[in-house]
Design a protein around this ligand. Structure first.
Ligand SMILES: Cc1cc2nc3c(=O)[nH]c(=O)nc-3n(C[C@H](O)[C@H](O)[C@H](O)COP(=O)(O)OP(=O)(O)OC[C@H]3O[C@@H](n4cnc5c(N)ncnc54)[C@H](O)[C@@H]3O)c2cc1C
Length: 386
């Protein structure tokens, strides 16, 4: 029997869950289909940092919307997304001060709380962060979430608003009128594809070869030495190997890479990913000991290789699929999509239900920009920092 829905959302990561929630809250009859279980893809490996530092004002505003939503998640959705404020320092070698200052200006103009900070001010934020030879800016409101809680929180809100969510259900093909699910058909007024690194093969039969490639992102959970003390702020460090860390549960940090080359190894998104390369962890540990006084001499307690869905300009595609009227895509988040998920849910609901976005002008993130050579600009080169 053919089933129907106003909108089928394909993919149950944070993006699909947010999209389903926003569509259902506006009264649409929504069916979310996830081939495994909710938050079983790259979202579960996310460090889920929410910060506003970007080159493009659009992305600052979308991230600021995300910060508002995650901070007030329990008021809005009746459950926590685990948001913890930790503040975030962004450090570049002295020669990069102008780049940093330009992004701070973009942030300030878009209403972010951010400022360049001197070495003395860095010491006031946390004297253990090594500031010599570096220029820093600071965002006091930045923090991180639990990506699992955020995803299931959006999904629960979607269900309360009437959405149907079916897991262990793989969409095998998409056409302009609906989807196929293992021989069964769902006719849909709209189809939204939020399938991260699995997006390209799903959309290719519709004639859109989304330039979205799976790429590895290794993260380690580091146990700080007993005597280290209170949690440090999150830090993005563009010197040396280019890495970041953020606090996790008491006494632990999550540590990952900011270097685009780190994500250049081809990877199958279905590979088992429960570890990281020993050489990567050794490099993280040495960079951490150099940047954070007292952090050396800890231990790795677990590591994983998550998957980024990377586009040529490291920015997502959020748009109608070219050549179709009612198929939409939100993918290619290139390792920085968690913070954008609330804005993406809101925007896709506007696109599907109103025919156009009204809160954010998403022209910059159009699906055909690669073909047109209109890549999104980024001051740090193309990387996860945008
Ligand atoms: C290691 C790591 C660290 C990160 N750190 C940050 C960070 O600090 N801050 C930040 O903002 N972002 C971060 N990100 C990025 C962010 O987590 C992702 O952009 C975001 O989680 C992507 O969510 P998604 O829902 O688009 O994709 P996914 O989580 O990939 O979900 C896609 C879902 O689609 C399902 N699916 C695929 N094909 C089908 C099909 N045919 N039928 C049905 N279901 C299907 C999959 O099973 C999967 O569950 C990080 C990512 C990683 C990997």
């Amino acid at each position: 029997m053919t089933r129907t829905a106003d909108a089928v959302v394909v993919g149950g990561g944070v993006m699909g869950a947010s999209i389903a929630c926003h569509l259902a809250e506006r009264g649409a009859d929504v069916l979310l289909l996830e081939r495994r279980h909710l938050c079983s893809g790259p979202t579960r490996h996310s460090t889920a940092i929410v910060r506003l530092h970007y080159t493009q004002p659009l992305l600052v505003r979308m991230a600021a919307h995300g910060l508002d939503v995650y901070r007030s998640f329990d008021e809005r959705f009746g459950a926590s997304a685990g948001f913890t404020t930790c503040g975030m320092l962004f450090g570049v070698p002295e020669g990069g001060r102008e780049t940093l200052a330009a992004n701070v200006e973009v942030g300030l103009a878009a209403g972010a709380r951010t400022a360049l900070v001197s070495a003395d001010e860095v010491a006031g934020i946390d004297p253990r962060v090594v500031a010599e030879g570096m220029a820093y800016c600071y965002e006091p409101d930045a923090g991180y979430c639990d990506p699992y809680l955020a995803t299931v929180g959006f999904a629960a809100a979607a269900r309360r608003a009437g959405a149907r969510i079916e897991t262990a259900t793989e969409v095998t093909s998409i056409d302009p009128k609906g989807v196929e699910v293992g021989g069964a058909r769902v006719d849909a007024g709209a189809v939204v594809v939020a399938t991260g690194p699995w997006t390209r093969p799903l959309l290719a039969p519709l004639g859109y070869t989304a330039p979205i490639a799976p790429a590895p992102a290794e993260v380690g959970r580091y146990r700080l030495p007993e005597e280290f003390g209170a949690a440090p702020p999150a830090v993005a460090d563009f010197s040396g190997m280019q890495f970041y860390f953020r606090p996790a549960e008491p006494g632990f940090l999550e540590v990952g890479s900011l270097a685009p080359e780190h994500a250049s190894r081809p990877i199958d998104p279905d590979d088992p990913l429960e570890s990281a390369q020993p050489a990567t962890l050794a490099a993280y540990e040495s960079a951490l000991a150099d940047r954070l006084r007292g952090a050396g001499g800890g231990h790795w307690r677990g590591a994983w290789t998550g998957i980024y869905d990377v586009t040529p300009d490291w920015e997502p595609v959020i748009d109608r699929v070219p050549g179709t009227e009612r198929v939409f895509v939100a993918a290619g988040f290139s390792g920085h999509g968690f913070k954008l998920a609330p804005a993406v849910g809101l925007s896709i609901a506007e696109l599907v239900l109103d025919g156009a976005t009204s809160t954010f002008d998403l022209g910059l993130l159009s699906a055909d920009r690669f073909e047109r050579g209109a890549l999104v600009g980024a001051r740090y080169g193309y990387s996860v920092l945008g």
